[in-house]
Design a protein around this ligand. Sequence first.
Ligand code: CTP
Ligand code: MN
Ligand code: MN
Ligand code: MN
Length: 372
Amino acid sequence: AVNDSEVTPFSVPGYACQRRCTLENHNAVLTDALSLLAENAELSDEDGRGVAFRRAAAVLKALPSAVTNMSQLTGLPCLGGHSLRVIKDILENGTSSEVESTKESERFKALKVLTGIFGVGSKTADRWIREGIHNLQQLRDSGQTLNRAQQAGLEHYDDIKQPVSLAEAEAIRGIVGRAVASVSPEAQIVLTGGFRRGKLTGHDVDFLITHPEEGSEVGLMPKLVSWLESRVSFYAALLISKQPKMIVVMFKSIVTFSKILLNVISGIFLYGQKFRAVLEMGGRWRAVRVDLVVSPISQFAFALLGWTGSKLFERELRRWAGHEKGMSLSSHALYDNKQLSCLQGRYIRASSEEEIFAHLGLEFIPPNERNA
Ligand code: CTP
Ligand code: MN
Ligand code: MN
Ligand code: MN
């Protein structure tokens, strides 16, 4: 007789933003395999294929138990022929030949190593590979011109590859928090990204900063950066007493960019600022990637939702907004494309994540269940 669980198909909604997905994953072998294929597609500039594998992995992550039989997958969304072949291969043979051969391929290995350098994307890595550069030593020997971010990335490669712990994230929150308080006493700082979703490690630490008074956040980022740059040795000393293994030795700004959106009719200036830095910490000196974002209070809920992730959850929220609701969602605003009467009316205000989910007609999903 066939076991009940083998004949009862699972059922999940079609969009990841409709699903509650904690960090508990009953299908890690399958989702690791699909994630690796997604990564390979993304590194090969095949974003469409990458998203397809990510969506398939997200469906399996949301299942309440381990898949043991292909028949359980009948009717599940986002599982294309290719993903189903990979799953079948693993259920029948323990591994997927495609995943194993991808993992072992020289090209994939080289792309992973080279794009693991902060500031190096798949296009640059691909160009280097075509010039015969497959590893860090070959890159160093090649005499390639590296920009400032890439130089720092190469110099601190091993540190940046090493996951950041929650304890380190908290310590960095202490440093950045004190810096923020010094340049703007009322400003507030929130940990976002994977740590807000309950992860215990991350590839970086993400912070969102805002000010309760609209407009007072203007100019905060450059002040914050120069404050940190000029007081690094002071902070190193302060931290040693609290966290013996962690000393801030240097703070470098690597990339800055700002986005500006203008709402002409209402005169509201919507903008955001994102700042990415390499925070170098030591004892045994280590470099940690820190992402800082400053948002005006009027956009704070959108920024908080947008920077908490996961990446796929965010992508699915935007897809839901566009395809199901005729709206555009970003980390700055929610815009109703159907409201043709007046431009001002198209922007939908929200002061909390709960309100944004409600505007989108979605059940609220708390951060720790956004791990799609
Ligand atoms: N993000 C973004 N634009 C980028 C990079 C990231 O909007 N250029 C958003 C992502 O969509 C995600 C959030 O910032 O919602 C956090 O991204 P990231 O730090 O890359 O991922 P985490 O989920 O924090 O994973 P990790 O723990 O590995 O850092
Ligand atoms: Mn579970
Ligand atoms: Mn992160
Ligand atoms: Mn980040």
